[in-house]
Structure formats: C-alpha cells, structure tokens
Ligand binder design. Structure first.
Ligand SMILES: [Zn+2]
Length: 509
C-alpha cells in the first residue's frame, strides 16, 4: 500500500473511582484536540499531547508515505470517573470523523487504558467496538497502552495488536508508538493479522510495587518478554501490565499477553503462560510496607542537622495526583513543620486559593498561609506564617524523565518559606504530580541545596529526581490519601473477587 490513510485517536485518563469525577473542563485544561490540530501539535517542537502521538507521527514519517486522518485525542490528569456526556461525545466525534473521512486503511489508538465513564466501565473496549462496527473486520487496528491499564477480553479480540509500555517510570512512550507504527505498516504490507493469547491474573498489585528498574517479579516478566521476542521472530509482541486497581471494575488485574504471526500462536501461548506462572508464584513480592510518618519525619530531622548524611527523598505516595490523589493532603507537611526539620523542600501542594493569596500579597510579603481553608477528603486545613519567596505562572518545560522536553503547567504558583521550620513549600493551582525538578525550578528553588525533598508522586519522580538521591534514600511514606497503596483501606465495589492481595484465598492456574 503506497500511501495508507491511518486514523488517529485516543483517550488518556487514568480513573481512580474514589476521586471526584473528571469533567470536560479537566480535559480542556490539559488537552482536547480534534482533527488537523492533532497533526499540527504532533509535528511541533514541543506539545502537550501524550508522547505516543509525536512518536507515532515521527516513525510513520520516517518509514514511507502515509496520510494521517486525525480524529480526536483527549487527555486529563488522573482523576475520578468521567462525568456523564463526555464519553458519548468522544464516540460521536469518532463516528462523525470516520463518516467524513472516506477510505481508512488502518487505525492507531493511543489510549492510556484505565479510563472509565459514567455510561461505560469498559470504555477502551467500547471504542474498539465502535471502530469495528464502522470499519468492519478487515481494517487493522493497533494500539498502545500505559502499564497501568485495565484490559478486557473484548479489547484483545477487537484489536490486531496492543502494545504496552515497558518502563515504569514511563520513559518509552515514543519507542512503543514507533513499534505500533512498524506493526501497522507490516500488517498492511503482508496482510498477516497477529494472533494473541491473553491472560488476566486475579492479582491487583499496588502501583508502588510495579517499578521496572528494581528487582521484582513484574520487572523480571517484562524483561523475559523482551528476551522471548528477541529469540523468536514469530513473536510480534509481549506485554505485561500491572493494571490500575483504583479504577475498581471487573477487568482490573495484572495482564500478560503475547501476539504472534498467524500459525504461530503456540509460541504466544507458551510465553504468556510462562510469565504468568512466574508472577503468580512470586506474588507475595508484589506487596510493599511503607514508612510510617513518624519514622519519615525523624529521618528528615536527622538529615537536616547532619550534613554528612546523604540527601533524602520522601514520597507522599498516597496523595499522588498522578493516580487520582488531590495533591492537597497536609499530614506529612504538618508533621515536618512541627518537628522543625531543616532544609526541606515540599511540593507540589495543590491549592489555587493559597496560590492566589500569595500572588495578591506579592513577592516578599509575610502572610498567614492557609492550605485547604475548606477541608477535603484526607485534606486537612493547615496554617502557618509564611514569606512569599517567589511567584510564577506555573508554566515550564520538563527537563528529566517522563516530562523531558514536554510543556507542563502547574497553574499559578508560589514558593512559601514557613516561619519557624524554614520549610520551602511549593504551591500550585493545577493537580499535577511533582515528577520533574523543573517544576520547582520555575519557582527559583535550588533543588541541589535541599536536605530533604518531599514529592507528591508515586514513582514517576524517580526518573526526574534520580540525580538527587539514591534509591536507598527514598522513603515511601504511609500518609493518608485517595491513592494509598494500602488497598485494605478502600471500599472496592467492582473488582473481581477474590483477588490478591486483598483476598489471601485468591487462586489461579
Ligand atoms: Zn502509568
């Protein structure tokens, strides 16, 4: 096929069913792109689009003629279930776009894979169903997925090939998108449709146990999948996804799938079963004990007084906005301030009212800072006398890890220095996790000078802050929040039960 016409679409949202609903405004604030605007952004020097999209365009551009048919690409920060109306509108835009598009030779779906709508639990399956209904069985559909996706049997049946990221923190989106582009070209050239063997385990590991740079059954399985593919050219893909338990739906769970050339599905079955078995046997390793707040504070006090100790990072994992947390809990902040820990930089506390108050007072002002004037879930009111050290519109360009080279905004922001402890508190207005030092540097923070850095992030900060502390100096703190790794604290309604680690009796095999 000389100049294939490829439809492009995607829905990037990780749903935490315990968080407040995700609204249309949340998408519009981050990214809601339709039609040719997608192509323009994909080929621009920097864009707010998920990195898969520029990655897919670049690979397709480099490998021959093609014609993008961009339909719709929407992205919102991780949050609650999509409010009524958004998902039907998304589907309608796809339908209208395809009706007007004429011939379509292939489709690339760049979705996160853990969305959920008021109208539909299996949103990603419903998107693929619509595509098949409109395009028929012969048009190849290739997709990429985040490692924290929830995958239904229907998705696997309807798509030709689904490719998940391999890295957590996620730094391989462009590579996986390039793989999707190559797979699509291959299917169009050979006419060979991949065959997939798919396994979902009754296993919902907390996300803190799914880092791929550490030794863990999960990281081992991903590496084994890569190795299997290198050894057998008939294997076209091996994916191992940890799932996102907080979406709280029937398809939650750790998934393993392998795809092979037609006639070679046996190889896919072998590798998927082998990796699933290995993970299941070692499932006890997919749990993690967190550091109690008192211990974390003691460590911060120690490192603040003894400069011979290497720098410390405290991860406020339970309030990670990247998993649907509010970014506004203050339990750890209050404890550090009360203990007078020195050299602490804390970010990013999400409080638009406090940021606005700092902007109104002006740089250099001394203010009575109030965070969470109206308390929210797990977000208690915190008061301190503070000096406004810096103000910013909150916009910047990421410089390390998952955000490198991409535009970000934390909204109107301020750096407050708390009287008494000297703690530097970065306040933002948009719910974003602190995963790149640039998010502090836009406020003039010298990250290097900090003794303790507190990040409201679950794991992605590791790719951005790796230059400031070694993994043994990173403590995951057991503070309260909407995305606590302690799963027994949640009232799950939709998970398949029994499921490990919530139900010790869960069985498989
Ligand atoms: Zn993820």
């Amino acid at each position: 096929m000389s100049r294939p016409r490829i439809a492009i679409l995607g829905l990037h949202l990780e749903v935490n069913a315990f968080s407040p609903p995700t609204t249309r405004h949340d998408f519009q604030q981050q990214s809601w792109a339709e039609g040719e605007e997608i192509t323009a952004q994909a080929r621009a020097a920097t864009s707010a689009l998920p990195a898969e999209i520029p990655g897919f365009y670049a690979r397709m551009d480099a490998t021959g003629e093609w014609e993008p048919v961009p339909l719709i690409l929407i992205t919102a920060p991780p949050g609650g279930i999509m409010a009524p109306g958004i998902f039907p509108e998304f589907l309608e835009i796809i339908q209208t776009g395809l009706a007007a598009a004429g011939r379509i030779d292939g489709v690339y779906v760049a979705s996160h894979g853990a969305s959920r709508a008021a109208e539909e639990a299996d949103t990603d399956g419903a998107v693929l169903q619509l595509l098949r209904d409109l395009l028929g069985p012969d048009v190849p559909i290739v997709g990429t997925l985040d490692l924290h996706c929830n995958v239904s049997d229907r998705q696997v049946e309807l798509a030709d090939l689904l490719i998940a990221y391999r890295t957590n923190p996620h730094v391989d989106m462009r590579e996986r998108a390039a793989e999707a582009a190559d797979a699509l070209r291959r299917i169009l050239e050979t006419g060979e449709r991949p065959e997939t063997h798919f396994i979902r385990l009754p296993l919902t590991p907390p996300t803190v146990t799914l880092l791929t740079a550490e030794e863990s059954p999960y990281a081992d399985a991903i590496r084994a999948g890569v190795l299997a593919r290198e050894e057998d050219p008939n294997l076209l893909g091996v994916s191992v996804t940890g799932g996102f338990v907080y979406t709280d739906i029937a398809k939650c769970g750790l998934c393993v799938w392998a795809s092979a050339r037609p006639g070679h599905v046996g190889a896919a079955v072998d590798v998927a079963e082998r990796l699933s078995n290995d993970i299941w046997q070692q499932r006890a390793a997919l749990s993690r004990s967190l550091t109690p707040i008192e211990e974390a504070v003691a460590a911060a006090v120690a490192v603040g007084t003894d400069t011979a100790l290497p720098r410390l990072i405290l991860a406020d994992v339970a309030d990670n906005p990247g998993g649907g947390g509010g970014g506004n809990t203050t339990a750890l902040l209050a404890a550090l301030h009360a203990a007078g820990a020195r050299g602490v930089v804390f970010g990013v506390l999400v409080d638009p009212d406090l940021a606005a108050a700092a902007h109104a007072a002006g740089q250099g002002a001394r203010i009575e800072a109030v965070a969470n004037a109206t308390p929210g879930p797990f977000a208690e009111t915190f008061r301190a006398t503070a000096h406004v050290r810096a103000l910013s519109d909150g916009a910047g360009i990421g410089r390390r890890g998952t955000l490198a080279g991409r535009a970000f905004s934390i909204g109107p922001a301020a750096l407050l220095e708390l009287e008494g402890s000297g703690l530097l508190l970065a306040v933002g207005s948009l719910r974003r996790q602190l995963l790149d030092p640039a998010m502090l540097e836009i406020l003039g923070v010298e990250v290097e000078a900090a003794r303790t850095i507190v990040v409201k992030s679950r794991g992605h900060f590791r790719a951005g802050f790796d230059i400031y502390a070694t993994p043994d100096r990173i403590l995951e703190v057991d503070a309260p929040g909407l995305v606590s790794p302690v799963l027994s604290r949640f009232d799950f309604r939709g998970l398949p039960r029994p499921v490990y680690p919530l139900d010790a009796e869960a069985s498989w095999g």
